[in-house]
Design a protein around this ligand. Structure first.
Ligand code: NCD
Ligand code: ZN
Length: 342
């Protein structure tokens, strides 16, 4: 049997939710990853060091007995975040970044920033204390086509932001377009995370034989030419691109409904999905650095020392996994996958 043994990876963009949902999904991530950057878009969001401390404690309490996992926390940027919030967060050692959501862009983003320039004092402090900024890089005006929102964000907001704060370290999260790849390559102090769904699927899958809500996430899947650009960037061996699943659990009833939520669930089988994507372009030799080296290098954290093994063996992704009340449908539910985490 073909096997692949690599340094244990980390997930640099993850939604863990809270309460019973947190307890349901956390074991999947703990099985795959040593650490994760935990998104702060709870209701209400994680806005202060006190919120992050309490949320981190709830995550630590939900880790299955005898297992190891380190949650790396983030703060949710709002119009009211202050420079003092940043200084306090930095001093905590466990808040590793600040997340920008444009108001109204995605799940639980109603507290998000209404105009990015309002945060300039906060960005100044982040640049000074070296606190990375994580961007949900989409504009939200309804006049902009949903497939163009990332590209327009780069033109209208990110390019000027980079000029105002050249030394602020920025991660453009879950990139989906060739435009983002090009921008990240061209700018200093700039990296990007890449999800499995944006490496494996173009927007065609959203309408394959009917509407497919479990492939709906934000930023939405794009044309094939963009998928190919993302796949190429992830497998290029360039340290600016690293793993972030954006695994975003929503119960089945919130996906299979007349107005479904955005988010794909991939924490169950993330490394298997990435292995398939890398194998599809004969780049399995590049998987370890993407999954296990470039993320910690960017965040200036030590690389993990344990290892994981993936076996080349076919198994069926379950139709659903346990989740409070309704069950949770993983990405590519019911289909076969050709790698398996040992
Ligand atoms: C995320 C969620 O559900 O929290 N959904 C998604 O489609 N990615 C929010 C986000 O990161 O945009
Ligand atoms: Zn996300």
């Amino acid at each position: 049997m073909q096997t692949l043994t690599i340094t244990r990876p980390d997930d640099w963009h993850l939604h863990l939710r809270d309460g019973a949902a947190l307890k349901a999904v956390l074991p999947h991530t703990v099985r795959q990853f040593a650490r994760a950057i935990v998104m702060p878009n709870l209701k209400p969001p994680v806005r202060s060091l006190a919120d992050a401390t309490a949320y981190r404690d709830r995550i630590l309490a939900a880790i299955p007995e005898g297992q190891q996992f380190e949650p790396l926390m983030t703060l949710y940027l709002t119009d009211n975040t202050s420079p003092d919030d940043i200084i306090a967060a930095k001093a905590s050692q466990f808040v590793k970044a600040v997340k920008y959501y444009p108001a109204g862009a995605t799940t639980n983003s109603e507290f998000g920033v209404t105009d990015i320039r309002r945060c300039d004092r906060v960005f100044e402090t982040m640049q000074q204390v070296d606190m990375p900024l994580l961007l949900h890089g989409e504009v939200t005006h309804s006049a902009v086509d949903v497939f163009d929102r990332e590209k327009v964000f780069i033109e209208q907001q990110l390019t000027p932001l980079k000029q105002r704060f050249p030394n602020l370290r920025i991660v453009l999260e879950h990139i989906t377009t060739a435009d983002s790849v090009e921008f990240v390559l061209s700018a200093d102090n700039m990296a990007a995370t890449i999800t499995p769904q944006h490496m494996l699927f173009s927007r065609n899958i959203l309408f394959k034989g009917g509407i497919q809500p479990h492939f709906y996430c934000l930023p939405i899947l794009k044309r094939e030419q963009h998928r190919l650009a993302i796949l190429k960037a992830a497998t290029s061996g360039n340290p600016k691109f690293f793993l972030g699943t954006d695994s975003a659990p929503h119960g089945r009833n919130r996906k299979e409904t007349s107005c479904g939520c955005a988010g794909c669930y991939s924490a169950l089988h993330a490394m298997e999905l990435y292995a398939e994507a890398f194998e599809s372009v004969d780049a399995l030799d590049k998987l370890e650095a993407f999954a296990s080296f470039y993320g910690p290098d960017f965040y200036r954290l030590p690389r993990n020392s344990e290892q994981i093994t993936l076996n080349k063996t076919t198994w069926r992704i379950p139709d659903e996994v346990p989740f409070p009340e309704v069950g949770l449908v993983p990405l590519r539910a019911g289909e076969e996958i050709t790698w398996q985490l040992a």
